[in-house]
Structures are given as structure tokens and as C-alpha cells.
Design a protein. Structure first.
Length: 574
């Protein structure tokens, strides 16, 4: 078997999306499974869309995920450089080579000339395409004489290099995930291979780089499927053997019914309304918001989807909103979905250098890298026995491109949180202690006590910070008491009962076991049910009827603090 070499080749045009992370991960897992090599290449030829800091972000994100390349711009390697902007001399050499074949030609058409031709086609109800039916009437080296072409070159007239698509050929294409397909070349246009600044487009640069770097398998998103025919022909034109291709399905938007509730319906409605009115400014914000909210109020109803169906009685606003929601609630997961529904779609926080806007990342939202990457791995791939919790090494041992799904994978916020909860439970208390100490919570407590709190609270935690947030009563006395819990736990006798119990605390050695026995003995001696003591005691200590065992809470906060909280509650309920 040939040496397996795969590459992840993002463009530094913004932060790394969830879909990009999955592509990088599948590249990495496939390489490790086959004993091969994983290459990171930065495709930065699109200077117009370049975003400052994006390349550094990509490298940091992959490192946080544990997806470490064998070769990269940062690490180097025998096929350096790994930035396309630094490979211009290589591209120039191959541009000369392809122009000597019958697969490419130069075109001098200006944007204005092409716009005029496009308008001419549209006036007849046709769609213009630069292809085998039109190229011989346009300003290029196929239609002009050698003398005219040379004159234009001597005058340094700007030109692009286009691929000369063969006429009426059926291409038989193979994909590891999707199997066999075919396409007729008459349906494909003559794509630009080299721009008028001399830099290659993605189509040409990526096949040159893949050949030069000895890439054996190209794993990429399904948005590149329409380009597979062109890329296959480019390999043919250059006389090179093409790599094997595998096109990954889309990551789809989550089921909206799992995301909208009474607490967030107003904020989600506002986000959708702002986007809707920006696109349909003939409608007022207030009317649009009221209608969108009326649909979202029924989101958990079985008839929600049918409600978005067309109806001849719909007025223009209703029809427009329905169309907008149908499109906005289906299809590919986007950054806007995360903004609207309150979950990250990027691995790390990203600050837009132009606007200063911050896009939330999984790392800063409290996700563990192991949990994040485990969740991403199952968005389109199933390991044996439907296992769900796997380490990166376990994934690599099992990964098989033949088991990657053809259908789109639906993202689930609930599932991503479930994974994080699982990995919190797998962490030792000592590991979680270090995570909490490195957070911005500024917890001022000795490690020994904090370790005990972690042990008591981590079972209920989805995120590391939940240990603190759900256990705030360990760090500070309650400032108020839950109204519903108060009615349930406190009556006119409770103050006297707890006051007497607090007096007894001064005589015992303050351990959880002794406190538990003291509560039991006190209740028994007074002829009280345990609930008559335990419930109001929990309320006094916590402010709510929640938390771990009361004796454990009391031991950790100490005797003095326990008595103080009991007395505060008694004074509050007088």
C-alpha cells in the first residue's frame, strides 16, 4: 500500500468553523489509522478575503483540539513552504507547463466585456457561461490570431489562464464515501486557473500542491463535489496520478424545537427579526417580531412544520416570514445559528480585527478539548458497537472512511453538553482543581477544601465552572431564600427547632459523620421526622432545597459559619 499522506488546507479568511475542525479531525484520524502523515497547508491566495490573525487562530485551535500536524508552516517539513503565498515560483513553473498542452489558454476579456456578454444572454432569457459554446467568440488565445495574442502580450494587457474543458466527454468519478458518479464535460465551464495578478486560483494551486506534497487522499467538504470533474481533468492535463477523494457531508442546523423555551424565546425572536427586517425592510420590526414569535411559540407542537407551509390566504408579511423561517431553520450550520441560539460554532473565541466583535468559542464556554473533539468525531461517523465516548487514540484505531455517512449530520447543543458532562466525570478531582484554579473565577480557598467540594459537586456539573456556580453556598452565605422552598420547609415552629439545634452544635467534634449523628439524635429526642430538621437546615445553609448531603456542607463551611447561617435564617423568617 502507498504511503498515506493527507492534508488540511484552510484559507485564513476567518475563524475555523465546526465543519473545518471535523475535516481536519478526519484527516488526522485517517492518517494515524494508516500510519501515515497529516499536513497543515495554508491556502492564502485569496488576498481580498484575508483576515489578520486567522492563520495563528487555526494553528492554536488545532493544537487545543489535539490535532497536531506532522508538517505545517510553523513546524516545517520536507515539502516546505506550506503557505501558498510563498510558493509562487512553483506555480509559475506549472503555469508554463499547462499552457504548452491543449488543456489551457489565456483570456484577455475585461470584467466589463464579460458583463456585456452576460447581459446579452440574459436579455434572451439565457444564462451565460464561459465554456465550449462561447469561448470561440470571446477575447482569448483560442479565438484570436497568434499575431493578435502576441500584440496584446507585448502591450502587457492583463489576462487570466483558463482551463479548456474537453467537449462532450463523460467523466467517471470515484469517491470513497459516495461511490461512483459521472459527469458530462459539456455541463462544465472553463474555470480560471491563474488570475490576472499571476496567482493561481484554488483549483490549480491545490492540485499542484497536492502533487508536490505527495498527497495520497483528499478529504474535504461536499461543497467541493462539483469541482471533482475539473480537478480530475487537471491531474490528467499535467500527466499526474490523482489522489483518492472523499467528500464529507454537511453539518446541519440543530432541531430548533430543542433550543427554544420560555426563557429565551424573546431574545431568539429578536435575532431572527433583525435579520428578517434587514432583508425585507418594507415590513416593520414590531409586526414582524409578533408574527415570528407566534410561530416560535408553537415550535414544540407536532404541527409546527406544517404551519410554515404555503397558504393562499397568507398576506405578504406572513408569506415572507414563512419563507424566511423555512430557509433559516434548515440546511448547513452557520455562525449566525450560534449567535441566535447561544452556542459556539468555533473551537476558540475569535475577535474580528475590523469590527472588534467576539465570536464565542468552545474553549472559553467551558468545554474540555477531549469532549469537544469526541462530539465532533461523531458528526458523520459511527465507530463499532455504537460507542460514544472515545479518546483520540481510540478514534484513530477505529476510524474508517468507509463508515463515514453520506447524509448530513445534525448538530445538537444538548449532545455537545452531554459529552462535556461525561468527560467532567472522567477527570480526577485533582485535574478539575487545576482547571478551576486557572479559570477567571478567582476562588480563594485552600486546595484541600476545594478538592472536597469538587468531589461532592462534579457529578452534577456539565462545565467545570458549574462546580463553583452550583456550589456557591460553599463559598458564601445565601443572601436570600427561595420563596417556594421557604413555604415548603419553614413554619412557625421551625425557628425554635433550628435555634435549639444550633446550640447543640457547639458540643460536637465537627465532622460529617458526627453532624449526621447529631441531626438524627436531635430529631429522635424531639420526636420529629427527619424532614422537619433537614429541610429547613438545608434552606438555611444553601438558600434553596438543593445541594449534596447537609452534613457534608456543614463540615466544609465549618461550625462557626453553619451556626451563623442558621441564625441568619431564623432572623429572616421572624
Amino acid at each position: 500500500m502507498e504511503k498515506v499522506r493527507v492534508r488540511f488546507a484552510p484559507s485564513p479568511t476567518g475563524p475555523l468553523h465546526l465543519g473545518g475542525v471535523r475535516t481536519a479531525l478526519y484527516d488526522y484520524l485517517f492518517a494515524k489509522n494508516k500510519g501515515g502523515e497529516f499536513v497543515l497547508r495554508i491556502e492564502d491566495t485569496d488576498t481580498a478575503r484575508y483576515v489578520e490573525g486567522a492563520e495563528e487562530y487555526i494553528e492554536e485551535a488545532l493544537e487545543w483540539c489535539g490535532i497536531i500536524p506532522d508538517e505545517s508552516p510553523k513546524k516545517g517539513g520536507k515539502f516546505a513552504p506550506y503557505r501558498q503565498s510563498e510558493r509562487r515560483d512553483i506555480y509559475d513553473r506549472y503555469t508554463e507547463q499547462i499552457l504548452k498542452t491543449d488543456y489551457a489558454y489565456i483570456a484577455f476579456d475585461t470584467p466589463e466585456e464579460l458583463d456585456a456578454v452576460r447581459a446579452e444572454f440574459e436579455a434572451k432569457g439565457d444564462v451565460f457561461s464561459y465554456d465550449n459554446k462561447t469561448r470561440n467568440r470571446l477575447r482569448n488565445s483560442l479565438a484570436l490570431s497568434e499575431e493578435e495574442v502576441q500584440k496584446l502580450l507585448d502591450e502587457k494587457t492583463p489576462y487570466v489562464v483558463r482551463f479548456k474543458m474537453p467537449i462532450d466527454r463523460t467523466l467517471n468519478l470515484e469517491d470513497i464515501i459516495r461511490g461512483h458518479s459521472s459527469v458530462n464535460t459539456n455541463t462544465l465551464d472553463d474555470k480560471v486557473l491563474v488570475k490576472n495578478d499571476g496567482m493561481p486560483t484554488y483549483h490549480f494551486a491545490n492540485i499542484i500542491d497536492d502533487h508536490e506534497m505527495e498527497i495520497s487522499h483528499v478529504i474535504r467538504g461536499e461543497e467541493w463535489l462539483p469541482s471533482l470533474g475539473l480537478h480530475t481533468l487537471l491531474y490528467e492535463a499535467m500527466g499526474w496520478e490523482a489522489p483518492q477523494f472523499a467528500h464529507l457531508s454537511l453539518i446541519l442546523k440543530p432541531d430548533v424545537s430543542t433550543l427554544i423555551n420560555k426563557e429565551n424565546i424573546d431574545s431568539i425572536t429578536k435575532s431572527f427579526t433583525e435579520e428578517f427586517v434587514a432583508k425585507n425592510n418594507e415590513f416593520s420590526f414590531e409586526e414582524s417580531a409578533a408574527l415570528i414569535k407566534s410561530f416560535f411559540s408553537e415550535v414544540k407542537s407536532p404541527r409546527f412544520k406544517s404551519m410554515l407551509g404555503e397558504n393562499e390566504k397568507d398576506n405578504s408579511l406572513t408569506a415572507s416570514v414563512k419563507q424566511f423561517l423555512k430557509k433559516g431553520l434548515s440546511g448547513k450550520l452557520s455562525k449566525r445559528d450560534g449567535d441566535k441560539f447561544g452556542f459556539p460554532v468555533f473551537p476558540l473565541n475569535f475577535t474580528d480585527p475590523k469590527t472588534g466583535n467576539v465570536s464565542k468559542g468552545y474553549r472559553e464556554s467551558g468545554y474540555l478539548p477531549e469532549a469537544f473533539i469526541n462530539m465532533v468525531s461523531l458528526l458523520g461517523w459511527s465507530p463499532a458497537d455504537d460507542k460514544e465516548v472515545l479518546s483520540l487514540d481510540e478514534m484513530a484505531k477505529e476510524f474508517d472512511l468507509n463508515k463515514v455517512h453520506k447524509a448530513g449530520a445534525r448538530f445538537s447543543k444538548e449532545k455537545s453538553e452531554w459529552f462535556n458532562h461525561q468527560y467532567i466525570q472522567l477527570k480526577s478531582d485533582e485535574e478539575l482543581l487545576q482547571i478551576l484554579k486557572s479559570s477567571d473565577l478567582n476562588i480563594n480557598m485552600e486546595d484541600e477544601k476545594l478538592l472536597k467540594i469538587i468531589g461532592l459537586m462534579k457529578e452534577r456539573a456539565t462545565f467545570p465552572n458549574d462546580i463553583y456556580e452550583n456550589g456557591k453556598f460553599f463559598f458564601e452565605a445565601p443572601a436570600s431564600y427561595d420563596e417556594k422552598a421557604s413555604k415548603k420547609a419553614w413554619n412557625e415552629e421551625t425557628s425554635a427547632i433550628l435555634g435549639e439545634f444550633a446550640e447543640n452544635l457547639g458540643t460536637i467534634e465537627y465532622t460529617s459523620e458526627n453532624i449526621k449523628q447529631a441531626i438524627h439524635d436531635f430529631a429522635e429526642n424531639k420526636g420529629l421526622g427527619m424532614g422537619k430538621v433537614m429541610m429547613p437546615l438545608r434552606l438555611a445553609l444553601v438558600g434553596e432545597l438543593k445541594g449534596p448531603d447537609v452534613p457534608d456542607i456543614m463540615e466544609l463551611i465549618g461550625k462557626e459559619e453553619s451556626i451563623s447561617r442558621i441564625n441568619n435564617a431564623i432572623n429572616n423568617f421572624k
